[in-house]
Design a protein around this ligand. Structure first.
Ligand SMILES: NC(=O)C1=CN([C@@H]2O[C@H](COP(=O)(O)OP(=O)(O)OC[C@H]3O[C@@H](n4cnc5c(N)ncnc54)[C@H](OP(=O)(O)O)[C@@H]3O)[C@@H](O)[C@H]2O)C=CC1
Ligand SMILES: O=C(O)C(=O)[C@@H](O)[C@H](O)C(=O)CO
Length: 280
């Protein structure tokens, strides 16, 4: 199965499908990521918050896969928004991952009610890290349209991606359209709604009609909308299943039926970025 690359506005490219490691316990991360690499994944999405960057690094090193053939994303933790902390912790991530450079570094959450709402200082620290060669690309996560507008206005530097919650029950269209307006690609987190797409009748019916599983149908919906996805699974069979989504297509009526499942704010499963202020 070939995973398409999408071109980011800085000229680099990113595999549209990756593997997410949120809630993969640190002691099991190396084995889990090794299984994902064996299944064909070449894009890994981790974060300082997940506490498992070292396991990701261990699996990468043991795989023998050429560095250029892998795409690695990590994210700055919420306690490190001040520039001096960000500088130190970006270096610490590289050390844990065993890499000289990551492909993408993100601000994990904007935390508009912390640090006097000054996530612009944090964005400047990421710009500096990119200039210093510590990351090829820089982006943000959980940025609402106003947050995105502000960093672009104040620095002139546009993130390549905004990683936000998106799944059939929470289409997050306001943020996706703000991303498009800025030329920012959307990365959809919790793309299979934390596994709950399997319980939905509409998705299950479409899955039966196309001879696929509900998770495959949901992931296919995302990729046909042009978003980047990285489902998490610690089960080798589901890991493989989630990878096999580029050999079928959903027809427009099926795409429209999935679009109809959007519950707006009621469908949100994770924290609201305007209020989220948790520092681990
Ligand atoms: N930037 C941010 O703030 C956030 C980023 N993320 C990123 O997005 C990634 C994915 O999101 P996540 O929250 O993990 O949720 P997902 O939507 O990827 O769902 C993961 C859950 O679904 C189950 N699952 C996996 N595959 C299948 C399948 N084929 N059929 C049925 N159930 C399945 C998994 O269980 P099992 O392991 O047993 O298969 C797990 O419980 C994260 O790992 C992380 O990288 C996530 C949240 C927030
Ligand atoms: O997984 C992530 O990347 C997150 O940021 C979430 O874990 C988030 O912090 C959360 O769900 C807290 O309850």
């Amino acid at each position: 199965m070939t995973v398409p690359d999408l071109t980011l506005h800085d000229g680099t490219s990113i595999p549209q499908l990756g593997f997410g490691v949120f809630q993969v316990p640190p002691p099991e991360t190396a084995a889990t990521v090794t299984a994902a690499l064996e299944a064909g994944y070449r894009h890994i999405d981790t974060a300082q918050m997940y506490g498992n960057e070292a396991g990701v690094g261990e699996a990468i090193k043991a795989s023998g896969i050429a560095r250029d053939d892998l795409y690695v994303t990590t994210k700055l933790n919420n306690g490190f928004h001040r520039p001096d902390d960000a500088r130190r912790e970006i270096d610490a991530s590289l050390e844990r991952l065993g890499l000289d450079q990551v492909d993408l570094f993100l601000i994990h959450w904007p935390l508009p009610t912390r640090y006097d709402g000054d996530f612009v200082q944090t964005w400047r620290a990421l710009i500096e890290a990119q200039e210093g060669g510590k990351t090829r690309s820089i982006g943000v996560s959980n940025f609402q349209p106003a947050h995105l507008d502000r960093i672009v206005e104040e620095t002139g530097v546009v993130p390549v991606v905004n990683q936000v919650e998106v799944h059939p029950f929470f289409a997050n269209e306001d943020v996706r359209s703000a991303n498009r307006r800025h030329g920012v690609l959307t990365e959809a987190w919790s793309p299979i709604a934390k596994g709950t797409v399997v319980d939905d009748d509409t998705i299950s019916e479409i899955a039966s009609l196309v001879g696929r599983t509900p998770a495959q149908v949901a992931l296919r919906w995302h990729v046909q909308r042009g978003d980047i996805v990285f489902p998490k699974s610690m089960n080798p069979e589901r890991m493989r299943q989630n990878f096999e989504i580029f050999d079928f297509e959903l027809e427009p009526t099926h795409m429209a039926a999935l679009d109809e499942l959007d519950r707006g704010e009621a469908g949100r499963m994770g924290p609201n970025p305007d209020a989220f202020d948790w520092i681990p």
